[in-house]
Design a protein around this ligand. Structure first.
Ligand code: SDX
Length: 428
């Protein structure tokens, strides 16, 4: 196998080195292409372009493989905890007992947020989408921790920023929800674990404490693990490029949250439920909506279907689909939209349009059905995705900074007007 490719252009032969990863992925190194040939490449949506070398996640879209630091997602979802997986993604190894205890203790004791956050929260109208609220409040962490603004400071300072963000996001998310529904804010409790603490802040009131069913906390743990990292997706690439300007971790993650919010990305889990509800309200005719999804003149897309990388099943969707049956069964919840979702999947996977385009259910197709069964409101689904993805954003930002990667600044091909002279108003 050759370790370079030759580009023949304008009578020149340009040798481009081939880079090979530890899983035998290969890439053309074009970092010197413009200097060698005057050419740049162009690849809208970066469908064929690698932005970096990373040691965090390996996924194989054809084989439906997903591993965090080499560990298969199926094993982590079955055996690990969210904080243990977060440590693995961020620091590169499974923590030993002492490391996990220290990590858990650090996070437990940073869950409080400054009382002035209440003033910020009160400024939002009750109909504010919680994604807009949490991305704003995460950015405002830079105001409360100005020392975090300089990410090139000591590794200890970086670790403190990481701990603060991991610890405070559940509080910020739960307070955004309470503010939206007009209920009193609930404070973190140090005797609860990560998921139990979040659920308590979400669903307890001063009048009535919420006691989380282990089925619920286990399901939430599994969902957070399955969402924790996914290499160079849209929101993670956003975190990396914002962080490449040496913006703080908080500013970079807030930018990633806003990228995740889009319905083509993490916002899809909310859009899936809204789609399934619409199909149910319209009589539950799955085939009618499949026809709409195939109609190029109809803007309707089958939300929760398709993926840039997975051209076979999304391994996370498989696990979540099974968990949906398990959780709803254990909670004694029957949700008609789960049946509609299964019918849609069955019909789509037998339809040439979807088969030819290799469109399968992705991570967002079934996740909302579980969130709903756990009592989480639809407009908080993408917030749940953000909470899950936080370790991935943090780990990728940390890797990018530690590798001293340059500021991200893509080139372009200009297609506008050629040079022309200014025209006075009287001649326009
Ligand atoms: C996530 O990258 C990641 O890793 C993301 C993520 C993560 O963990 O970070 O996995 C999370 O974002 C999952 C994706 C959630 N989004 C959705 O469910 C929204 C619906 N899906 C699509 O919009 C779409 O499939 C994307 C955005 C996910 C992928 O888009 P691509 O790779 O740019 O593919 P495309 O839009 O070019 O589509 C290729 C063809 C087109 O048809 P043709 O022009 O070839 O005839 O497939 C069609 C599209 O029209 N198509 C769909 C479809 N998705 C693609 N047609 C109907 N319904 C769909 N859902």
């Amino acid at each position: 196998m050759s370790d370079f490719a030759e580009l023949h252009y304008n009578g020149e032969i340009i040798k481009l080195p081939v880079v090979e990863g530890t899983e035998n992925e290969k890439a053309l190194d074009i970092s010197k292409l413009r200097g060698q040939s005057g050419l740049i490449t162009i690849d809208p949506g970066y469908k064929n372009t690698g932005s970096t070398r990373s040691a965090i996640t390996f996924l194989d879209g054809e084989k439906g493989i997903l591993r965090y630091r080499g560990y298969p997602i199926e094993q982590l979802a079955e055996k690990s905890t969210f904080l243990e997986v977060a440590y693995l993604i961020i620091f590169g190894k499974l923590p030993n007992k002492a490391e996990l205890e220290e990590w858990t203790d650090d996070i437990t004791h940073h869950t409080l947020i400054h009382e002035d956050f209440k003033v910020l929260l009160e400024g939002f109208p009750s109909n504010a989408h919680p994604m807009g609220v949490i991305s704003s409040l995460v950015t405002s962490l830079t105001a409360f921790y100005p020392e975090s603004l300089d990410p090139s400071s000591s590794p200890d300072e970086v670790r403190t920023s990481i701990v603060r963000l991991m610890a405070k996001l559940p509080t910020i998310a739960a307070w955004a929800y309470k503010n939206e529904i007009g209920q009193p804010l609930m404070y973190p409790k140090n005797n609860l674990d990560y998921c139990g603490n979040f659920l308590n802040m979400m669903f307890s009131t001063p009048a009535e404490p919420y006691s989380a069913d282990p089925v619920v906390t286990n399901a939430l743990t599994k969902l957070l693990i399955l969402h924790a990292e996914h290499e160079q997706n849209c929101s993670t690439s956003t975190v990396r490029i914002v962080g490449s300007s040496h913006a703080s971790l908080y500013a970079s993650v807030s930018a990633g949250m806003n990228a995740l919010w889009g319905p083509l990305h993490g916002g899809a889990n909310q859009a899936v439920i809204e789609m399934l509800e619409a199909i149910k309200a319209d009589g539950g005719d799955a085939d009618k909506y499949l026809a709409k999804a195939k109609d190029k003149n109809d803007p309707f897309r089958l939300m929760g279907f398709g993926h840039r990388v997975y051209k076979n099943f999304d391994p996370r969707a498989r696990i979540i689909k099974k968990a949906a049956d398990d959780v709803l069964g254990k909670l004694g919840v029957s949700d008609p939209i789960l049946d509609i979702a299964k019918k849609l999947e069955e019909s789509a996977l037998a339809d040439p349009y979807f088969v030819e385009r290799k469109l399968y259910p992705n991570v967002d197709f079934y996740s909302g059905i579980i969130y709903r069964a756990l009592g989480i409101p639809t407009n908080m689904f993408t917030v749940m995705f953000a909470m899950g993805r936080l370790p991935g954003w943090v780990g990728q930002w940390k890797e990018m900074r530690e590798n001293g990667e340059p500021i991200g600044r893509p080139r372009q091909v200009y297609t506008g007007e050629n040079e022309r002279n200014y025209v006075d108003m009287s001649n326009r």
